[in-house]
Design a protein around this ligand. Structure first.
Ligand SMILES: [Zn+2]
Length: 452
């Protein structure tokens, strides 16, 4: 769940822990053990730097002709002529974040956008898959955006986005990033431009993955939560799955995550280019405050700081504990991480619980029929919003069909005798209906991204 972006000068992360509750202490213990692993990885890389010439060049080498052919075929066949993502990604821009680095309280760099500036050059990189290149350029958003009046997002401060919804007396935060420092910096930028100094009155955790709750201590004070001034809302079984993934299996998953994302590679056209869902994960202080209200029913409606919200639990989709949220008075649909601009892994290399693509597809279908008929804006915890009902329905249908098709066709081939080691050469996504296929292909880039 937790990862880091700079392997060399990172101090021990346990010193950044603000552990005042047993849960957080457990997380700190799990993470404290994980950090030396990161440093071991860094040392291994450094050793390779002195390997004999011709064996391995840490600065990278050019792609083989085979790779060039594969990338060229992708350029020719993927629907790059559909550029609507680029229009949507920049819409509503209010203010940039001017500091490219955000420091952790412990002194090291928690977040570094400087290392990805090469992506903004107008050149083509033959070493990067065109789809990864495209999504990474789209993820270079770094600042404050208006979704609609009353809803704002700070993007590019972490792997995920932090969203602010105007309540009756203050602001409702949805998904407070991974680290307190980047979350605090996001609130600061937000308050400078549109927050009007009003307090954070509620926090919603959309799901159990760390990039959606770990920065909560940079957003609210736990004493205010205990005093009942701030409500924290989470989906059913949130604590069980959060602890299971981040503490019980925390070290193992953290170690595997470093390999999955290539986190210890230097950022360059030959190294780390981004993580699909965002550029990286902030390496700051991670903390958790237990929810004060859990959404237990499949669908539950109540007011949060005077705003009517309809919560839809979607267990065993992108995460085992997860929910979408509809805000009817704003016609705003929050799809958590169930519908973003990527195709998620079903089985992640980092070892998250295997996802159920058929259930996932059905929950998207249910959201489409319950809320997608009238929503005028759809936003999520990664990437950028979609505006207009037709566009929302198009994206929801495309993503629904994508996960269902993957489930059904892979089963079909398995029944025909195709094995697990052959399936990637056999399965191809084919649209189930005309008009929705190009959207799925556009919004869901194959094999370049993975969920946090
Ligand atoms: Zn995420």
């Amino acid at each position: 769940m937790v990862c880091a972006d700079a392997p060399i000068d990172r101090p021990h992360r346990e010193s950044t822990m603000n552990a005042t509750r047993p849960v957080t202490k457990s997380l700190a213990a799990a993470l404290a053990l994980a950090v030396p692993l990161a440093l071991v990885g860094g040392a291994a890389n450094a050793q390779r730097a002195t390997a004999p010439a011709g064996h391995f060049d840490v600065k990278g080498k050019g792609p083989s002709t085979y790779t060039l052919d594969v990338l060229e075929r992708s350029r020719a066949t993927l629907p790059f002529s559909d550029t609507r993502d680029f229009d949507e990604q920049k819409r509503g821009f209010i203010a940039p974040m001017t500091e490219l680095k955000i420091r952790a309280d412990a002194g090291h760099v928690a977040w570094d956008m400087e290392r990805y500036q090469f992506l903004l050059k107008p050149e083509r990189f033959d070493t990067i898959h065109p789809s990864l290149d495209r999504i990474s350029k789209l993820n270079m958003n770094y600042g404050l955006y208006e979704v609609i009046p009353g809803i704002y997002q700070v993007r590019g401060f972490d792997l995920s986005d932090i969203s602010f919804v105007r309540g009756k007396t203050g602001w409702i935060v949805i998904d407070p990033l991974t680290a307190a420092e980047t979350a605090r910096a996001a609130v600061k930028l937000f308050q400078q431009h549109v927050g009007k100094g009003l307090p954070i009155t509620a926090v919603i955790y959309s799901h159990s993955h760390g990039d959606h709750w770990g920065g909560v201590r940079g957003v609210v004070d736990e004493a205010d939560v205990r005093a009942g001034k701030v409500q924290i809302i989470a989906p059913r079984d949130f604590m069980r799955h959060t602890i299971s993934e981040n503490v019980y299996a925390g070290n193992a998953m953290n170690r595997r995550l470093f390999y999955q994302y290539g986190i210890l590679l230097p950022a360059s056209p030959y190294g780390h280019v981004g993580q699909g869902l965002g550029m990286n994960v902030a390496a700051g202080a991670i903390g958790l405050i237990q929810p004060t209200k859990v959404v237990e029913k499949d669908i539950e409606e109540f007011e949060v700081d005077g705003v009517k919200m309809v919560f839809q639990n979607t267990p065993n989709t992108e995460a085992p504990s997860k929910m979408n949220t509809y805000i009817p008075d704003m016609k705003a649909l929050w799809m958590a991480e169930n519908v973003t601009a990527t195709l998620h892994n079903i089985y992640t290399l980092r070892g998250a619980q295997v996802r159920d693509p058929l259930r996932w597809s059905k929950y998207i279908a249910r959201a489409l029929y319950l809320y997608g008929q009238e929503a005028e804006v759809m936003f999520a915890s990664h990437h950028w919003p979609r505006w207009g009902n037709a566009r929302i329905q198009e994206v929801l249908r495309g993503q629904r069909d994508l996960y269902a098709n993957m489930n059904n066709q892979v089963l079909h081939y398995a029944n025909q005798g195709v094995t697990i080691n052959e399936i990637h050469n056999v399965y191809r996504f084919r649209p189930a209906c005309s008009g929705c296929g190009s959207t799925a292909a556009t919004t869901a880039r194959p094999s370049t991204t993975a969920a946090a």
